[in-house]
Every structure is written in structure tokens, then in C-alpha cells.
Design a protein around this ligand. Sequence first.
Ligand SMILES: [Zn+2]
Length: 88
Amino acid sequence: MSRMPTTTLDTLGRLYATGHGLFGFCTDCAKLYRMADPPERCVPSNFDVDLAKLIEERGADCSVIHMAPVACPRCGGLRTECRITTPP
Ligand SMILES: [Zn+2]
């Protein structure tokens, strides 16, 4: 039995090296979203995370699992969650 070669995406450096990205979701901005508002007045709650910049700040060995929250670029809040995006 041979195992398939796998890469675990457990650190920021691995995400970056494999072309993955991160986007954040801010729960505080999401609370400001009202379905009744026209789309142009709705506050977006998703934001792209600049992975290269994050690695500069936290290091390539920073674990993605249970990583400290990335501040929301709109409200500066830390009630955010990150999701991994696939390579383009
Ligand atoms: Zn926010």
C-alpha cells in the first residue's frame, strides 16, 4: 500500500506556496447588512486577506488553524473568520 502524496495546508507559508489565498468574513460588518437596503448601500462583510503581508507580520510557520483573527479592513474589528480559497 502506498499513500498518495499530500500537502497539508496548515501554515500560512504552505498556503502561499501552493497558490491558495485567504478571505475574511467580518461578523460585525455582516450585522449591518439589511436585506431591505438596495445592494449599493449594503456594507460588504467579506474582504480579501493580503497573504504576503500577513506572512510578513506573522511568519510563514504561523498555523492557519485557530489563527488569531485578521482585523477587518473596514471596521477594524477582530470578530472575523478566515476561509481558504483555491488557486486561480
Ligand atoms: Zn468589519
